[in-house]
Write a protein that binds this ligand. Sequence first.
Ligand SMILES: Cc1cc2nc3c(=O)[nH]c(=O)nc-3n(C[C@H](O)[C@H](O)[C@H](O)COP(=O)(O)O)c2cc1C
Length: 167
Amino acid sequence: MDFFEVIEKRYSVRGYKDEPVKKEDLDKILKAAALAPTAKNVQPIKVFVIDTNKNKEALKAIYPASWFYNAPLVLCVAVDYDSAGKRSGDNRNFADIDGSIVMDNIILAATALNLGTCYIGAFNPDAAKDFINSDNYTPLLFTPLGYIDADPRVQDKKSVDEIVEYL
Ligand SMILES: Cc1cc2nc3c(=O)[nH]c(=O)nc-3n(C[C@H](O)[C@H](O)[C@H](O)COP(=O)(O)O)c2cc1C
């Protein structure tokens, strides 16, 4: 699929078929995650691949929407704030940006493979931290991953003119 078709096609999918994700598709998506840029190339990220059948109760506590915990897989991008690149001058920590780019690569790769996703930021952070159970890695974003069983995009977008300013 052409890159711009992928951009047009992606939307937040809130309904999934009860059909496993093909291993070769998952591998391509994880490769896209590994190729994402990160500040100073520190790569302070981990991607957790969560089997929803084995982890349903934990996932319900993390984000209680049935389309989330009933998708075949859920992916979590977690970041290590200590090792992440920081901006000299004001020490701005780039971990959240790094992790967001990783999740974006995952989501665009999934879209190109006709798989649905949805950025999930409004999860329960304590439940997520307990589940991931890592001293170093803090959950940043989740997404369900699976074949789409949902209506197409509903959200309007601002026009280019509204968001762009030429200086
Ligand atoms: C950082 C971030 C966090 C989000 N968190 C959630 C969430 O917790 N639950 C949810 O249903 N959608 C979540 N979304 C999806 C947005 O609601 C969605 O992207 C927006 O409404 C635009 O719709 P579209 O993705 O279909 O273009 C999140 C999106 C982003 C970028």
